[in-house]
Design a protein around this ligand. Structure first.
Ligand code: PXL
Length: 268
């Protein structure tokens, strides 16, 4: 049976990140994708590609999740991306309670370019208390890992390991704390922790510049692999390969950063 994954995420119109990226990643990994859009992001070419952010009415988010959960005989895994507002977090929390999906991967997108910092803090706290405890796996980047772990900053691998453990101890069974190329190791380095196994996962770094949509691709690939029955560690290893391929085949348009393309990844 074809595995099915749902992404609860924002639309990023260009196709470089968000729900569009999630669907492409699911497809490339042989997983049927469906969506519940939480917000519409339109990057502004007249204002440094700032995010114009419009939340979707919470009732409409609930409707979309209801549709996905009802149309398909089962949803094997759910990815949660950008939620963006406290009312969105509330409605997603209720849906997770109602449908009790077997696998939930949380990409804890904390701040989005263009969001007010004041609002962002409220959203961070709501994400931590209402969604994080319902996730089976989470994929924070360096900034998000430091925030969720209550650390000042993370500048070394040992600190990243510590952050992964602290986030695990908040009730998330599997944590992939991501540094990517940011710790200067010459590799793309992430730390996996599941309470027993602590693994430093490294692949050759494709570059060091910021890549739009890489984090979405990683979490979506993990979701797809978990939907197919992979273990969390194996899902993380495969997802890093998918991200490397998507960066290697990334597109360079008019934005000052590369954006990912998943379509050249070949399953072996
Ligand atoms: O890459 C984080 C991200 C997630 N979701 C949406 C986005 C972005 C970044 O632009 O727009 C909708």
């Amino acid at each position: 049976m074809t595995p099915i994954a749902l992404t609860i995420a924002g639309s990023e119109a260009s196709g470089g990140a968000g729900a569009q990226t999630d669907l492409k990643t699911f497809h490339t990994l042989g997983v049927f994708g469906c969506t519940a859009l939480t917000c519409i992001v339109s990057m502004d070419p007249k204002n440094d590609w700032n995010h114009r952010f419009v939340p979707v009415d919470p009732a409409v988010i609930a409707d979309q999740i209801e549709t996905c959960a009802s149309v398909h005989s089962r949803v094997d895994a759910v990815k949660i991306g950008m939620l963006g507002t406290a009312p969105t977090i509330d409605v997603v929390e209720r849906a997770l309670e109602t449908y009790d999906f077997p696998t939930v991967v949380l990409d804890p997108v904390l701040i989005c370019k263009g969001q007010e910092f004041g609002g962002a803090l409220e959203v961070d706290n709501a994400l931590r208390t209402k969604i994080l405890p319902r996730a089976t796996m989470t994929t924070p980047n360096l900034f998000e890992a430091a925030t969720l772990a209550g650390m000042e900053e993370i500048t070394a691998v040992e600190q990243l390991k510590d952050a992964a453990k602290r986030i695990h101890d908040q009730g998330v069974p599997n944590v992939l704390a991501k540094a990517g190329p940011s710790l200067g190791t010459g590799t793309a380095l992430d730390v996996f922790y599941d309470g027993a196994t602590l693994e430093v996962l490294e692949v050759e770094a494709v570059g060091t510049e910021r890549v739009h949509g890489a984090g979405c691709t990683l979490a979506a690939a993990i979701t797809a692999e978990l939907a197919k029955g992979a273990s969390p560690l194996q899902a993380a290893v495969t997802a890093k390969e998918v991200v490397s391929s998507s960066i290697r085949h990334g597109l360079r348009g008019n934005m000052p950063f590369l954006y990912v393309y998943q379509g050249e990844y070949r399953r072996s």
